[in-house]
Write a protein that binds this ligand. Sequence first.
Ligand SMILES: Cc1cc2nc3c(=O)[nH]c(=O)nc-3n(C[C@H](O)[C@H](O)[C@H](O)COP(=O)(O)OP(=O)(O)OC[C@H]3O[C@@H](n4cnc5c(N)ncnc54)[C@H](O)[C@@H]3O)c2cc1C
Length: 387
Amino acid sequence: MACHDVIIAGAGAAGLCLGLALIRGPLRGASILIVDHAAKDRDDRTFAFWEPADAPADPLVSREWSQLQVIGDGFDHLAPLRTHRYRMIRAIDLYRAARAELGACPGVELRRAEVGAIVDGGHAASAEIDGERVEGRFIFDSRMSADRLPRTRRRVLLAQRFVGWEVEAPAPVFRPEVATLFDFRGSERARGEFFYVLPLSERRALVERVEIGTPALGDAEGRLADRLARYHGVDAPVLLRREAGESPLTDHRFRRRLGQRVMAIGIAGGRLKPSSGYAFARIRADAAAIAGSLARLGHPFGVPRESPRYRLLDAVLLQVMRRRPELLPDVFRDMFSGSPGDRVLAFLDEETPFEERLALFRGLPKGPFAAAFGRLVLTRLGLAPAA
Ligand SMILES: Cc1cc2nc3c(=O)[nH]c(=O)nc-3n(C[C@H](O)[C@H](O)[C@H](O)COP(=O)(O)OP(=O)(O)OC[C@H]3O[C@@H](n4cnc5c(N)ncnc54)[C@H](O)[C@@H]3O)c2cc1C
């Protein structure tokens, strides 16, 4: 049986970013097999993220913003960014560029096939690929499955569902310099609903409806059409592209190490930050950390551990989202109006010193957060269910 140095199951964001980090680093020239059952030839999502304004230029970034807006009924807060930029990469640009670079690298094979069971081993693991067993010294698995999610009532699991339309308006109605992270105007607060607008020009924008909670989606498309008409004055938009998805927001601890030779990556490896719903920047940082670990230690598991303090803060915020979704407008209004936008972004990136973190939390509604903390303690002790 042929043995590859690395097999990557899934050529989505995590699989491709890891493949790139490996060939740009310690495994250039190694035998790397990357397998996905999908063609990955559609612009099926937009990766928005923030990073320091002076981060090395990335040709994949198609737009950036230096002002963020949080708006709701009775408030409109604009947060100028000084040290950070909010940026976006179209999925199709990442898929194409990564596949071209990986495909041109000796030793790399991109295969369209179904990955089945992965079996760990002492010197190598093996994956069933289109029914055939293939060995790899290390296997990275980005396939998401139900068994990665919590099986205990001691953890919160919320579905963040979103539907986005990239539209062209007949007239200039969008503000290209401002990315709207949260628009709570007229939203169904009990459903944890908000809208998100990434303007691409005065006439073009990605407008997304997001809902956080356990019940099934309402009429998302109807809500989007209504929103465009009511708040942007666009009655007949041209629909250029549609994207949709569902992300698990949970305080469950995802296992990274699935065996001696198998590691989970991407959302399946817990890279989605539960309190923000963002994963892309964490996926890229993780790919770099795995490549670094392989170079330093000869194995991929030497990646940074997660901060227990931030895990706790995420878990408290999840409790608030679960029990009091109607408070989300107040929480994000207070967070952004109480601190500079750069500091909020650094906090969500888990990069603020402890005192600044406390300052951020100090401005938030105290009663519900204290109740959420109490509930969290009871839940973890098994004295109350999370859901
Ligand atoms: C519509 C949408 C918009 C998003 N926007 C943002 C955003 O703006 N910012 C942000 O930070 N995050 C965003 N996310 C969240 C996250 O960044 C993405 O979901 C990201 O693609 C996760 O990367 P991943 O590699 O973990 O999963 P995926 O990109 O989904 O990759 C997993 C891959 O595994 C393949 N696969 C699954 N099972 C098998 C199998 N049995 N055999 C072979 N292949 C298999 C799939 O085809 C897929 O290509 C968004 C998600 C969605 C769905």
